[in-house]
Write a protein that binds this ligand. Structure first.
Ligand SMILES: [Zn+2]
Length: 157
């Protein structure tokens, strides 16, 4: 399928209209290491959600992650721009539907008590998983991870 370096001057031609090579590089990633499919699928989510998505620093191939899809260039961590409105249960529900439709098979929903962030990855369907991560406070050390079965309704209520 190729990597982002191969299309570095042609993101738009590949339908990736809301993300730039520089945004990817700013996460710490090398364009060569990120699968084109990852950003293509994220663009589907971005378009359906119609909200700005900010890639997190070390949210692509760099940083420490449990999911092997990160170093493989098949996972992305991001948050939504607060200027586009609050993240509500409906926002999360729509994000989930769009992510599944875009064929992401690993879906993580995180809330640190103040802000939401999200993980999507392209693991094989056989390992399909959804989970939520919470913290008692933004400064708390590690995430408490819980599996979600089938829906996200009020998971952070
Ligand atoms: Zn992640």
């Amino acid at each position: 399928m190729g990597n982002l370096f191969q299309i570095r001057n042609n993101f738009q031609d590949h339908g990736i209209i809301n993300f730039t090579p520089q945004e990817v590089i700013n996460t710490g990633a090398d364009l060569r290491d990120v699968k084109l499919t990852t950003m293509y699928c994220l663009q589907q989510v971005r378009t359906g959600l119609n909200r700005r998505i900010h890639l997190l620093r070390n949210g692509l191939t760099t940083g420490n992650h449990v999911s092997p899809e990160h170093p493989n260039g098949e996972a992305v961590d991001f948050h939504l721009d607060f200027k586009d409105g609050p993240v509500t249960p409906d926002t999360i529900r729509l994000l989930r539907v769009l992510a599944i439709r875009a064929e992401f098979n690993g879906l993580g929903f995180y809330f640190n008590g103040v802000a939401y962030s999200f993980h999507l990855d392209l693991r094989p369907i056989e390992r399909y998983a959804e989970w939520k991560g919470t913290k008692d406070s933004p400064g708390a050390g590690s995430w408490k991870i819980q599996t979600i079965i089938g829906n996200t309704a009020n998971i952070f209520a």
